[in-house]
Ligand binder design. Structure first.
Ligand code: SAH
Length: 253
C-alpha cells in the first residue's frame, strides 16, 4: 500500500501564523522529515510520530527519505519553513519524483513565506511588483545572482533578499542597487519575523550598513523601489492609485 507525501510550509515561526491545512497534514502524518530547527518549531504537533531530522545542507537526503518512507506506505510530512515553493523542499522533491518515475500521491501545503511575514512587519513595502532573490551562492554562482539583482533594479522592482547572511554578496548587491536608486530609498531588515528574538529595522540604502551586525541566517531584507517612502516608521510602496484618484479623506472623488 502506498502512502502519501505532504510537502508542508510551516510559516515564519509562531504557531498563529500556521495554516489550518498545515496543522491537519502534520496531525495525519506518521513520519515527519525536517531540518533540525524547524522540527523544534512544530514540536507541539509531532508527539508520538517518527521524526527524522537532518542538518541544513542535507536537503537531498531529506527529500529521499521522505519519498522512500511514503513509498513504504507511510503518511509523511516533509517540512519547509515559510512556503515550500520558496527556496524550500517542493521543487527538489517533485524533481526527484519525476526523474525517478515515482508514482505517489502528494500535496503541497502552502505557508506564509518570509517575504510576506517581513513585509507585514515593515508596513506595505510590497505594494507594487517585486522580485525575490536568494543571495545563497551554494547552488547558483554569485555572478548569476548579481545579474538578476541588476535586472531587478533596472526594472524598478521592489527587491526581497532571502539568505542575506552571505554578506560580501549582500554588499555587492546593495552597491549595484545604489547605482540606480536614491540614497534615501527605504530598506527594511527583519530578523526572526514571528519568532522570539524578532527585530524590525527601517533604514535606507545610504544607512543600512549600520545594521549589518543584526543580519543572520533568519533575516529577510526588502529594498523599496523608486516610489517607496517611509511614513510613521513604516515602509509604503504606492500601488499607483494617486495617478487616478484623490487620496484625501475629505474628498469623495
Ligand atoms: N521556504 C522559506 C525560505 C527558506 S530560505 C520561506 O518561504 O520563507 C531561508 C531564508 O528565509 C532565510 O535566510 C531568511 O532570509 C528567510 N527567513 C525564513 N524565516 C524567516 C523569518 N522568520 N524571519 C525572517 N526571515 C526568514
Amino acid at each position: 500500500m502506498k502512502g502519501k507525501l505532504f510537502i508542508v510550509g510551516t510559516g515564519p515561526g509562531a504557531a498563529e501564523m500556521r495554516t489550518f491545512r498545515m496543522v491537519e497534514a502534520i496531525k495525519q502524518s506518521d513520519v515527519i522529515v525536517a531540518y533540525t530547527t524547524y522540527a523544534k518549531l512544530i514540536e507541539d504537533l509531532t508527539d508520538g510520530k517518527e521524526v527524522i531530522t537532518a542538518k541544513m545542507k542535507e536537503e537531498v537526503f531529506r527529500a529521499k527519505v521522505a519519498i522512500q518512507k511514503a513509498l513504504e506506505g507511510k503518511i509523511v510530512s516533509l517540512i519547509s519553513s515559510g512556503d515550500p515553493q520558496v527556496y524550500g523542499m517542493a521543487s527538489l522533491t517533485l524533481d526527484m519524483m519525476c526523474k525517478n518515475n515515482v508514482d505517489l500521491g502528494f500535496e503541497i501545503v502552502p505557508g506564509v513565506t518570509a517575504a510576506l511575514a517581513a513585509a507585514a512587519k515593515l508596513g506595505s513595502p510590497l505594494g507594487m511588483d517585486f522580485a525575490s532573490i536568494s543571495l545563497s551562492d551554494l547552488l547558483i554562482p554569485a555572478e548569476e545572482i548579481l545579474h538578476r539583482v541588476r535586472k531587478a533594479v533596472e526594472g524598478d522592482f521592489v527587491i526581497v533578499f532571502y539568505n542575506p547572511i552571505n554578506k560580501p554578496l549582500l554588499e555587492k548587491a546593495m552597491e549595484i542597487i545604489s547605482q540606480y536608486r536614491k540614497p534615501e530609498t527605504p530598506v527594511g531588515i527583519v530578523r526572526s519575523a514571528y519568532r522570539e528574538d524578532e527585530k524590525v529595522i527601517v533604514t535606507t540604502l545610504a544607512e543600512w550598513r549600520k545594521y549589518e551586525g543584526i543580519i543572520n541566517m533568519i533575516t529577510t531584507i526588502i529594498v523599496g523601489n523608486s516610489q517607496s517612502y517611509v511614513c510613521n516608521g513604516k515602509i509604503i510602496t504606492p500601488r499607483g492609485y494617486e495617478r487616478k484618484y484623490s487620496l484625501e479623506l475629505s474628498n469623495d472623488s
